[in-house]
Design a binder for this molecule. Structure first.
Ligand code: PLP
Length: 439
């Protein structure tokens, strides 16, 4: 008996009671190797002593002070750190409690920016199909996932969607990466022209697509083209790095690998590593200046924004990642994970693609490798894989359901940055068994 409305209304999941390193233990004493960091959250694993100690210190000093009255030392230090290591042009951050809140705030900052600078006709948002930006109404409107949106469609703000940059599903046979990048970015330009670019406030995209399509990196030059288009048409570029950011792909920000800097960028999950709920929006100086020199305040706010406990946790997580040079481990173990996945599962007739960057990897499963036809969604293969993996003490993050026949079931892996080669072996062994048992 439970009084919680769980994710599946009639299914109560196992009770998690403790965690250490890369493992979570449930109330029956079962141990689970956390190969997905939950949903790409637990970048330092569980029970990291330095983060736990920082949280104790902050709790002893001050748990909460409302940002309408005070700022706090951990929030200021965290912001200093984030801006010091931010993409070019970022001057400030806005601290919130999670990814959807960050996306929501970024959309509103984009809108307010144009109101402040005298272009109030810019109200539309363009985003991409097969993307996920969160479940609050603004973020849901930006997301390009039809089944998530469908029941709430009448409540959503006006957004327009273009195809993603997703080589396995959308690149044509014989088409070079350069030609595909031009075509995929061209779809954005066509949409801007169709809408009237002067009515568009922002283009929103995940730098590396996470949950909806499964660790999909862009082809080279796509985002450079997108950046140029946004500049040409005066549209703000919002990069959503809630899942792929804060080191997950091997660099602190995924956009660094694309050679672009956003006007606004959202991060969350890996920022606090799950030790506290926290997210942030990065603002390019022109956005901050327009608000600060215009009306003087961003017309937004939440009770828990800039929460001292959350900021203390994020600060400790980020300091630990830097001190222990964990991004080098993300790169090394990410390469190892890819190699082992290819060796173990690459020849399977049902593994269509193995992709990703750093410790952000996915397998896409297909009914037919030659045609890339997805499995029938009614089979719920992703759910079977999750069950088989959990039965083997492995947490992975599968997603299923075809989108216009243009995506198969996939399994996302996003293990903590502290994984060793032995952990990688165990992840691949158990995943291989789980996939074979589910097929
Ligand atoms: N944006 C992206 C890219 C995400 O992957 C997610 C969550 O999975 C969100 C936004 C929403 O974040 P949250 O679940 O913290 O609200």
């Amino acid at each position: 008996m439970t009084h919680i409305l769980h994710r599946a209304a009639k299914v109560v999941p196992p009770v998690a009671v403790s965690g250490a390193g890369v493992e979570i233990v449930d109330a029956d004493g079962r141990r689970y190797l956390d190969a997905s960091g939950g949903a790409a959250v637990s970048c330092l694993g569980h029970g990291h002593p330095d983060v736990v100690a920082a949280l104790h210190r902050q709790l002893d000093a001050l748990a909460y002070a409302h940002t309408g009255f005070f700022t706090s030392e951990p929030a200021e230090k965290l912001a200093d750190r984030l801006v010091a290591d931010a993409p070019e042009g970022v001057s400030h951050v806005y601290l919130v409690s999670g990814g959807s809140e960050a996306v929501e705030a970024a959309l509103k900052l984009a809108r307010q920016y144009f109101v402040e600078i005298g272009q109030p006709q810019r109200r539309r948002v363009v985003a991409r199909r097969q993307s996920y930006h969160g479940n609050t109404l603004g973020a849901l409107a930006a997301g390009g996932n039809a089944w998530r949106r469908r029941p709430f469609e009448p409540l959503l703000i006006e957004t327009h969607h273009v195809d993603p940059c997703f080589a396995y599903r959308f690149q044509r046979e014989g088409e070079s990466d350069a030609d595909y990048a031009a075509r995929a970015a061209g779809a954005l330009e066509a949409k801007l022209v169709e809408l009237g670019p002067e009515t568009v406030a922002a283009f929103v995209a995940e730098t590396v697509v996470g949950a909806t399509a499964g660790a999909v990196p862009p082809v080279a030059d796509y985002f450079r083209r997108v950046r140029r288009l946004c500049d040409r048409y005066g549209v703000l570029l919002i990069l959503d790095e809630v899942m792929c950011g804060m080191g997950r792909t091997g660099t602190l920000h995924a956009c660094t690998q694309e050679g672009v800097a956003p006007d606004l960028m959202t991060v969350a999950k890996g920022l606090g590593g799950g030790y506290q709920p926290i997210g942030a929006v990065f603002l390019a100086r022109k956005i901050f200046d327009a608000v600060a020199d215009g009306s003087g305040a961003f017309q937004h706010g939440h009770t828990y924004m800039g929460h001292p406990m959350a900021a203390a946790a994020a600060l400790a997580v980020q300091e630990t990642i830097a001190r222990d040079d964990l991004l080098a481990n993300v790169r090394a173990m990410g390469d190892r994970l890819r190699l082992r996945l290819v060796e173990r599962l690459g020849a399977s007739p049902h593994v269509g693609d193995i992709r990703g960057r750093g410790l952000f990897r996915a397998l896409e499963l297909v009914a037919d490798r030659a045609t890339r036809a997805p499995f029938d969604p009614a089979l719920k293969l992703h759910a079977r894989i999750k069950r088989e993996a959990m039965a083997r003490g492995l947490m992975v993050y599968p997603m299923g359901g075809t989108i216009d026949g243009r995506r198969g079931d996939h399994v996302l892996l996003a293990p903590p940055f502290i994984v060793t080669e032995a952990h990688v072996e165990a992840i691949v062994d158990r995943l291989g068994e789980a996939v074979e048992a589910a097929l």
